[in-house]
Write a protein that binds this ligand. Structure first.
Ligand code: AMP
Ligand code: ZN
Length: 135
């Protein structure tokens, strides 16, 4: 897609530090890392987010996430976060599907998840029913 920065990386119109590539997907270093080694895995074809990305492509991306996670062990992280932002409200800035792989270190101060809400009595079951009926 025109004007998509990740499509430009796929077409090698702009540079990226590639870690892995095959016919379907690409892994490269995030240019503004939360920690050194922060990597993005993208499909080579343009899909906006998880909802638009076909299941087999998502599955393939996850295989690469697993592969790169093992590679990141070379940096001796204390942990690894896997994250995907989908749509603006979830923090997506680049609207070409991508999965973040973020090496973590004890005390690095990056704490992305805090519980902000609680379920009311019976709400878990009601919500589960709603989601399951849409699967
Ligand atoms: P998101 O907020 O999930 O859409 O994340 C987009 C990510 O893409 C950010 O972490 C950016 O630092 C990263 N990014 C943007 N442009 C480039 C680029 N040219 N090369 C590598 N990473 C990039
Ligand atoms: Zn794109």
């Amino acid at each position: 897609m025109e004007n998509c920065i990740f499509c430009k990386i796929v077409k090698e119109e702009i540079p990226a530090t590639k870690l892995y590539e095959d016919s379907e997907a690409l892994a490269f270093l995030d240019i503004n890392p939360i920690n050194i080694g922060h990597t993005l895995v993208i499909p080579k074809k343009h899909f906006k987010n998880i909802l638009e990305t076909p299941e087999d492509i998502m599955a393939h991306m996850m295989k690469i996430v697993k592969k790169v996670s093992h590679g990141l062990e070379a940096l001796k992280p204390d942990g690894i976060n896997i994250k995907m932002n989908n749509k603006e409200a979830a923090g997506q800035d680049v609207f070409h599907s991508h999965i973040h792989i973020m090496p973590r270190y004890k005390g690095d101060g990056f704490e992305p998840w805090h519980s902000k809400t609680k379920y009311k009595e019976g709400q878990k079951e009601e919500i589960a029913k709603k989601i399951i009926s849409a699967l």
